[in-house]
Every structure is written in C-alpha cells, then in structure tokens.
Write a protein that binds this ligand. Structure first.
Ligand SMILES: Nc1ncnc2c1ncn2[C@@H]1O[C@H](COP(=O)(O)OP(=O)(O)O)[C@@H](O)[C@H]1O
Ligand SMILES: [Mg+2]
Length: 354
C-alpha cells in the first residue's frame, strides 16, 4: 500500500492555480522528487503535505490516515503530523548550540530527558556532528548548518521527510556529497522522502521516481531513467538534460523543414506541424549526404571531456556533443548528421510557448 497518497490535490491563490488536480502515490521508504521550474507549484505541494497550507480541493493520506481533506473539512495540524522538514535557508537557531537545536523539537514534544538525550545523540552521530555538538551553528559552514537542520529533522524519527531545495545554497561539490548522505540516512532510518528541486541532475541522482511539473500540472511521473529516455512531451524533454528542437512540417508522407529541404525521416505522428527533438549526445557525424541531415559546423568548443559543436542545418542550429576522442569536423566544414534517437512531438500553440 502506498505510504503517502494525494488525491486530486488542488491549491488556488486567488486567480492563480498553483497546484492543479495532483494525484500521487509514494511508497514507504521511497525517495520521490518533485522537479520543475521556479513557480510550478513544488513548494506549495510540500507545504500542503506538511500542513502549512490548506487545500482548495482534494485529500492527503499518510500511512492510511487522512491528514487533510477539503471536502471533509478535516485538517491535522503540522505538529501532529510528525514529518521531518528541511528547507533551503539554513533555518537553525543561532542562539542555541547544535545539540540544543536538535533536541528542541523533542523538548517541545515533552519527551523524557533521557530519551531526548539519546535521540539527539543518535541524530548528531548520523550527521557527523557529535564533535560540534556544543558549538553554535553560526560558527559552522553552510554544509554544517544544513546538517544541523537534517539532524533536527531526524531526531523526531519521522516517517516522512520533506526536503525543499535543501542543498541549493551549498557549493556544487558539497551538494553532491550531501546527496549521498541523505540517501544513506534514508537507508538507516527508513523514512520516505519527498524532495523538491529545480535541479534535474540532483533529482536524477537521488530519486527512485521523479515527478516533473509545469504550471501546477503533472507532466510525467517515472523513474529517472524513464523520464530521461522517454520524455512524454517537449517540456519534459527540454527540462531533463540538453536538448535540440527543430520545427518540421508534414506534407502527406513527407517531412520537411518549414523553409524547404526534405528530411529522410519518418514520424509515427500524423500532425501537420511537428517538433523533432534530439539530445546533443545522440547525434553522430558522417559524410555529407549520408546522414539524416546536412549541415555546416559554425562553432566548435573543446570542453575537456567533450567537444561541443553547433551545426547550421536547413532547419536551424543543432548542438552536437562528442567525446574528446571521437572525430568532430572543424569550423566551416560540411558534415552529415545521423540522429541516433529522434523524438517527435506534436507542435501545438500550447507547446510552442512552453
Ligand atoms: N502564499 C501565496 N500567495 C499567493 N500566491 C502564491 C503563494 N504561494 C505561492 N504562490 C504562487 O503559486 C505558484 C507556485 O509557487 P511555488 O509552489 O512556490 O512554486 P515552486 O516552489 O515550484 O517555485 C506561483 O505562481 C506562486 O507565485
Ligand atoms: Mg519553491
């Protein structure tokens, strides 16, 4: 049975629908990410699960228990939900020591002193903070402060951990390190994670499943691999990894660029206007005339491990990336391009603007 279940969850702020009819089931012990651009409704969703925001419509269940329902007018306050929470800003209390920060939520809950001490110690040990227990969090680095926030969330022994861009104020190296630490803590404690981020690499690295959201509406829910290798629409394609799009028009069975130039490709879609999507890493160079497209190299940058090329084609510019040992033509040279894995999306006005 699912552990966290959202049924038709909708949140409106005046005329803005921040979250629109969200249905979602998260398993016990799963790390589930919500990914999307700023303003798409991620934080609002998390705040509704946490209990800081009521629902305009729908229900939320956790562990088989109803915690929020607009229709039934039922709402369990945040302090009764017992979820761990870590947010982007280092929300630690500078006037308390690290140990006091971690113990504070336990004290509020009125636990016996011996239990407070042992739980706080365990949470501090798990986050490598024992040696800093008597320091002020103000003296810690960004990563240290965020560990304190994690330890404080862990101490209450939560079933569900809600993390809202918890690593975005850390430097890239530390961010990568902390991803692993979060996964390790999850394995040790067994909680479910709902992880909010706008960073696709972070979502891919951490998650069992990813939800991609746009303007309050779910676009796709899948494993990282499935979201990357089978994006359901142009928005998801462009949000996950690097992307190229070319406009293509259909005339009967033939495909061509709007300005002319036929393409030796077929598409399963019958729409009159299509978008041809490809990843820069999934295009090979070949002799001119021998591929799916011809072009001229307009730019070529050596990026260390890879060579990044821009190719002018009859339908627009394409980005191609090859490993540094693979051959790549020089600037000004003509080349053929083989699209190893072309994707087709129907081009409607709606997707055009996105
Ligand atoms: N308290 C609020 N009052 C009015 N509008 C809000 C409020 N909170 C969020 N919104 C709006 O809801 C939408 C979703 O915001 P948010 O959930 O914060 O997005 P994200 O976390 O994905 O960046 C945005 O358009 C935002 O302006
Ligand atoms: Mg947010």
């Amino acid at each position: 049975m699912s552990h966290v279940r959202l049924v038709n969850v909708t949140k409106r702020f005046g005329s803005v629908t921040a979250v629109n009819a969200l249905n979602l089931e998260i398993d016990k012990g799963e790390c589930f990410s919500m990914l999307g651009p700023s303003g798409c409704g991620k934080t609002t969703t998390l705040r509704m699960v946490a209990g800081f925001e009521d629902l305009s419509e729908g229900e939320i269940h956790v562990g088989g228990r109803l915690i929020s329902s607009r229709e039934k007018n039922w709402y369990l306050p945040p302090e009764k939900r017992d979820f761990g929470m870590v947010f982007q800003a280092f929300a630690v209390w500078p006037h308390m020591t690290v140990r006091e920060n971690v113990a504070f939520p336990l004290r509020v809950r009125g636990l016996p002193a011996a239990e407070i001490e042992s739980r706080a110690k365990d949470a501090l040990a798990s986050t490598n903070l024992l040696s800093a227990a008597d320091e002020s969090p103000a003296d810690l680095s960004g990563g240290g402060k965020q560990r304190v926030a994690l330890a404080r969330a862990l101490a209450i022994n939560p079933d569900v951990m809600l993390l809202d861009e918890p690593l975005s104020s850390l430097d890239p190296h530390l961010r990568e390190e902390m991803r692993f630490e979060i996964r390790d803590l999850q394995r040790k404690y067994g909680f479910s994670i709902i992880y909010v981020t706008h960073d696709q690499a972070e979502a891919m690295a951490l998650s069992d499943r990813i939800l991609v959201m746009k303007e309050g509406v779910v676009q796709q829910i899948d494993t990282p691999l499935a979201v990357y290798s089978n994006p359901v629409n142009r928005f998801v394609f462009s949000f996950i990894g690097l992307s190229n799009f070319l406009d293509v028009v259909r005339a009967g069975d033939r495909l061509a660029f709007p300005d002319g130039g036929e393409l030796p490709l077929t598409s399963p879609l019958r729409d009159a206007r299509l978008s041809l999507a490809s990843r820069p890493s999934e295009i090979d160079f070949c002799e001119p005339g021998k591929g799916d497209l011809n072009g001229i190299v307009s730019r070529r940058s050596f990026l260390g491990e890879i060579i990044d090329c821009r190719i002018k084609t009859g339908g627009g510019e394409l980005r191609v990336q090859k490993g540094r040992r693979a051959p790549a033509p020089d600037v000004g040279k003509s080349c053929g391009l083989k699209l190893l894995r072309p994707f087709w999306y129907a081009e409607t006005e709606a997707t055009k603007s996105g």
